[in-house]
Every structure is written in C-alpha cells, then in structure tokens.
Design a protein around this ligand. Structure first.
Ligand SMILES: [Zn+2]
Length: 215
C-alpha cells in the first residue's frame, strides 16, 4: 500500500492510524510525500522547517512501520499549480519502486480544507487510472467535521455514513507515537487533538477507485 500525501505529518496526523492498521495485518506500507512542508505557519521547535520536517517524516514513517518513505520537493502551498502529469509520473515511479498494489490518500475534498491535500489526491487518482490500481480515501464523518468547524472555525469536509464504505476500528498507539515525531507541528493548540478525541477508536474510508481487472 502506498500513501500519497502533500505534507510531512499528513501520513501521521491524517492517515497514521489506518497505515498502522494495515501494517499490523501484514501489509507492506510506503509513503510518498510531495512537499517538504516548508510553508507551515506552525513552528513548534526551533530550526529550518525544510530540514526539520524531512527528519520528522523519516522518524514518523519508521514509527508507523512504513517500509519506505519518499520526500519530494514541490512547493508547499502551491501543489495545485504543479503540472499534473509530473505528479502522476512521480506517483507512478513510487508505485513501481515499491511494488504497490493499492493507494491510500486523503479524500478528494482534501479533508482539512488545504488545497494541497486535494491536489495530491487528484494526482494519485489520475495515476491509479493509468495503472489500474484501487484507491482508498480517508475521510471524516460529516458530524465530526461539523463539530470541529463549529468549535474551531476550521474548514473540514466530511461525509454522511451512507457515503462511507469502510469503518475501521483502530488502535492509535503507533499513530500517537508518529505524531510525536512531528514536534514542529504537533503543538498543544492543534485541532488534531480534538479530532482524535472525537474519532476515538474509529476511522472512515471511502473506496475512491476499484480496479477494472483483478489478478
Ligand atoms: Zn497537510
């Protein structure tokens, strides 16, 4: 399984519990992260985010049991302006390098409202069309998104239960350890903590794409 994400921390803050669950069942997981997250306005520790966040990603991925993490250097905050075919090529390269037979991404909405998340998922879906791969999309229940937005003024997008394909019971221990590796971003004021509290031991996935042929 290859997780395609926009920023270092998306694999942990967003997909961490699901990735850990897949690894726990014996799947081999890899992460392709398209930017170095240098544009973040959150700066929980001293230092250059460009370098810090690369290290944080490597540590977090290892904590989740992810076998391979690849970090590219597209501009953080401007992923939707990058030529789609370049991103599709990068996803294709990562699929071939890792022997992937399925993709895990943020929901096409981007989940948190960050346009980079939607751009990363759009590239992954386009690559999956070329390679005929299944794609799972991580989403939130609409009620959880609405609660967060009401409490924190955020722009989360969720889905109604009828639009959710998989309800996955998760153990968050590895995810929480991976989150801790992202010290520059996992600040006490982050909405992340409230989201994890609301989600408790459950994550929600949508089947965004099914393969046409099965081998
Ligand atoms: Zn992100």
């Amino acid at each position: 399984m290859l997780a395609v994400v926009a920023h270092p921390d998306d694999e942990s803050f967003g997909l961490g519990a699901v990735l850990a669950a897949f690894v726990h069942t014996g799947a081999r997981a890899a992460v392709l992260c398209l930017t170095r997250g240098e544009a973040s306005t959150v700066h929980g520790v001293e230092g250059d985010l460009h370098r810090l966040r690369a290290r944080e990603l490597a540590t977090a991925a290892a904590t989740l049991g992810v076998a391979t993490s690849t970090l590219l250097g597209y501009p953080d905050g401007a992923l939707s302006g990058v030529c789609r075919s370049r991103l599709v090529g990068d996803v294709g390269d990562a699929v071939r390098d890792t022997g992937t037979d399925g993709l895990l991404v943020f929901d096409p909405s981007g989940v948190t409202g960050h346009p980079d998340h939607a751009a990363a998922t759009a590239a992954a879906l386009a690559a999956a069309d070329v390679l005929d791969l299944p794609v799972l999309g991580w989403t939130l229940l609409a009620t959880v998104a609405a609660t967060l937005n009401a409490e924190r003024g955020t722009a989360f997008t969720g889905h109604a239960p009828a639009d959710i394909d998989l309800v996955v019971p998760v153990d968050r221990a590895r995810q929480r350890a991976a989150i801790a590796a992202h010290a520059s971003q996992a600040v006490p004021t982050s909405v992340l903590w409230r989201r994890l509290e609301l989600l408790a031991g459950t994550e929600h996935l949508r089947r965004l794409r099914a393969p046409h042929r099965r081998e």
